[in-house]
Design a protein around this ligand. Sequence first.
Ligand SMILES: Cc1cc2nc3c(=O)[nH]c(=O)nc-3n(C[C@H](O)[C@H](O)[C@H](O)COP(=O)(O)OP(=O)(O)OC[C@H]3O[C@@H](n4cnc5c(N)ncnc54)[C@H](O)[C@@H]3O)c2cc1C
Length: 366
Amino acid sequence: MNKGLKALETKVLDRGQCAACGACLSLCPYLCSWKGRIVKLHDCDLSEGRCFSFCPRTEVDLDTLHQFIFGKSYEKIEAGPVRKVLMARAVAPAFKERAQNGGVISALIDLALGEGIIQAAILTERNTDLLPQGRIAKSREQVVSCAGSSYVAGYTLEALNRGPWEGEERIGVVGLPCQVLALARMKASSQKKRTPVDRVDLVVGVFCTWALDYQPFMGFLKERFGDRPISKLDVTPPPERLLHVKVGEELHRVPLDEVRPFIRPSCQACLDMTGELSDISVGTVEGAEGWNTVLVRTPKGEELIRLAGAKGALETRKYPEDIWAHLKEASILKKRRALSALKELQESDLPLSKKVIDKIFKEVAP
Ligand SMILES: Cc1cc2nc3c(=O)[nH]c(=O)nc-3n(C[C@H](O)[C@H](O)[C@H](O)COP(=O)(O)OP(=O)(O)OC[C@H]3O[C@@H](n4cnc5c(N)ncnc54)[C@H](O)[C@@H]3O)c2cc1C
């Protein structure tokens, strides 16, 4: 079976299954990005390629990946492996002002840079036309300029592949669940030579239920708001379910149902809401504006959270049991929806091993 660009094209790109994570970019001259899409420029005859093996939407055995990252097989299926769950928010005003929610991601990356745990971080920056791009951040100023969420899928991991790197830096990566999965695949891959992935020492997962497809979503915004610049987008949690669009100083409330048609088709087949293959995952907290949910998954993640408390970078609170139960339910719901979308793909094209599908199904089936 071909496991190169040919297969990536037929199984992923042509079927609208690309997540635009960026893991396949800047590795070979035949793939490039264009307005939220990954475009093939030329045929490639290689029977195995990094583009295919790093892709979060090609066949993957989650058991093997979990063994690689956590040293045990895929077990905690609800929201992935969790050592600790807490509520937190950044203390420094610089992060609170610019951040999407409590500024925990920015504060943790800033702390990791300041303490020398990492020397660079791969973050995502929104340019003026709202298309997110990966960026290498090495200073607080650069971290702050990447704060905030872009609800459009961008090619964050391209920045990791592209560099430039001096060759010694330890790297942190902040990514959506698809990006965190791609990163885990890169780390576990026998084809990772000449990539900097072995120097990635910290992975922060961003919760994500879905991301938007750049071009159709931009068409919608243009029709609604003309050419006026959008300063912030925010998705409010249930029961409100609105997309807040800040146009200059005006706030517009758009029902999420109007935005759903622009969700990337590949998000429908994604099983992961919380970035399960990371050291720490961060999202919003239902009903607590300005706070973050923090899921600590690895000893490295636990140490960083301890340090953040000790250095006064984060303020933390106990996580309410009922909200934790809701969060796990939402995560399971995403897996259920993805399983039915995956079932619609032919069995031989399932992007997960049958063994793993059966295992997930056993735990999350209604
Ligand atoms: C597409 C998307 C969907 C989301 N869906 C949910 C959800 O369903 N439930 C939930 O609880 N939270 C969701 N979030 C997460 C939420 O919006 C916040 O990012 C999170 O709570 C962290 O807040 P913060 O204040 O700590 O982040 P900040 O300190 O503001 O840092 C945000 C970080 O996110 C990174 N980032 C921004 N946009 C992207 C992007 N498109 N791709 C990759 N990285 C990006 C930036 O590099 C930045 O470092 C989503 C975020 C995104 C981008």
